[in-house]
Design a binder for this molecule. Structure first.
Ligand code: DCP
Ligand code: MG
Length: 369
């Protein structure tokens, strides 16, 4: 073992990953007692070709999940209760959750409204035990906010995040240092950080299906096959993960994308999809209080060939209409005079300008930026 990896193993971080259970839907069930125990879908209406933002666990039993077309969801569960999202409220609840986190640590890296990493290697209350802290956080969320969260606890962000998903809802999963290598060994490669569908397919073609298969390869082989990521895989299957919790991380781009269950072949379908993407991007921008100058669209064709097109404005924008208009132009130009069948469409916005209307960031605002 080289010196750096020894150091990394010696200095064990205590990381908690918290993820709220069926977040939007749970808030709606909390505020509408008549929805308790019922299949609740938060999202766009089926007749307006809306999509599911999330579904309560009762609705998930019917196979309903985030990003599914609401029209399909209602077919799976005709009795489902549809609720329009109340983003302002979810944002507020998110800040209440973070206030609870701040009792224990300032090292908080939010990933979205309902999810964050906490570094409690040195916690403010000197509890010492990450498990005890996770339990208390879950308890506070339960008693103060009447909601449930799932927690994953480990010595790295990567493992803590996987752990929080393992016993959902209302779960608490600890993966201690002595268990990490065995845990990573049995993990399917799809679960690895940065491994999307394409990389997973490549790995599978090389007969690599799990962490153990990755571990059987030398560092050189991994780097030959996967470039820079090879190094990351080499370390991670040995329980070494250098990623630090990054409090006040700066957002560089905000986006949304969808892979369609059936490839789209008409401009009309694509424009409807684009509108829904533009709305989602806008919601995310609003959550983060950002506006940006560069709009990028991503198009993946049915043969997996992918293109991006972008356009920059002089003034920052954040409205769904502006984002949609620009994206539509980009899309129309990109598809001009060509046959198409499209499997994925995405919009992202970047080059943020500070339209930060608020006074200089107080502690509570820091995590929004
Ligand atoms: N969300 C969304 N569109 C998506 C995915 C999520 O609008 N495609 C929103 C709604 C979710 C929230 O983000 O409530 C958090 O996303 P999660 O992936 O954490 O899902 P949930 O919290 O709903 O469920 P769980 O974490 O219990 O699986
Ligand atoms: Mg969640």
């Amino acid at each position: 073992m080289d010196r750096t990896s020894e150091d990394q193993i010696d200095k064990k971080q205590k990381i908690i990953h918290i993820d709220m259970d069926a977040f939007y839907a749970s808030v709606e069930q909390r505020d509408h007692p008549e929805f308790k125990g019922k299949p609740v879908i938060v999202g766009g209406r089926p007749e307006k070709r809306g999509v599911v933002a999330t579904a309560s666990y009762e609705a998930r039993r019917y196979g309903i999940h985030s990003a599914m077309a609401s029209a399909q969801a209602i077919k799976l569960c005709p009795n489902a209760i549809f609720v329009k999202p109340r983003f302002e409220l979810y944002k507020h609840v998110s800040s209440q959750i973070r206030e609870i986190f701040f009792r224990y640590t300032d090292l908080i890296e939010p990933l979205s409204l309902d999810e964050a990493y906490l570094d409690v290697t040195e916690d403010k209350l000197q509890k010492g035990s990450a498990i005890a802290i996770a339990k208390q956080i879950k308890e506070a969320i339960k008693t103060e906010l009447k909601l449930t969260a799932s927690a994953g606890i480990s010595t790295s962000k990567f493992i803590a995040k996987i752990a929080s998903d393992m016993e959902k809802p209302n779960g608490l999963t600890f993966i201690g240092p002595s268990k990490i290598e065995a845990f990573v060994a049995q993990l399917p490669v799809q679960k690895f950080f940065g491994v999307g569908k394409v990389t997973a397919r490549r790995m599978n073609a090389l007969n690599i299906f799990t962490g153990a298969d990755l571990k059987a390869l030398s560092k050189n082989q991994l780097i030959t096959y996967f470039g820079k990521s090879g190094n990351f895989y080499y370390n991670i299957v040995r329980g070494i993960d250098q990623q630090k919790v990054q409090a006040n991380r700066v957002t560089k781009s905000v986006g949304a994308e969808d892979t369609f269950s059936k490839d789209l072949q008409t401009l009309e379908q694509l424009e409807e999809e684009l509108l829904s993407l533009a709305e989602r991007v806008t919601n995310r921008l609003k959550t983060k209080k950002l506006a940006g100058c560069t709009i990028t669209i991503k198009i993946k064709f049915s043969d997996f060939h992918q293109i991006t097109r972008n356009f920059s404005t002089t003034k920052p924008i954040d409205s769904a209409k502006d984002i949609f208009d620009i994206s539509r132009n980009l899309l129309q130009n990109a598809l001009l005079k060509r046959q198409y069948s499209i499997r994925l469409l995405g919009i992202s916005i970047s080059k943020f300008r500070s339209i930060q209307f608020d006074p200089p960031p107080s502690r509570q605002q820091l995590f929004l930026f």
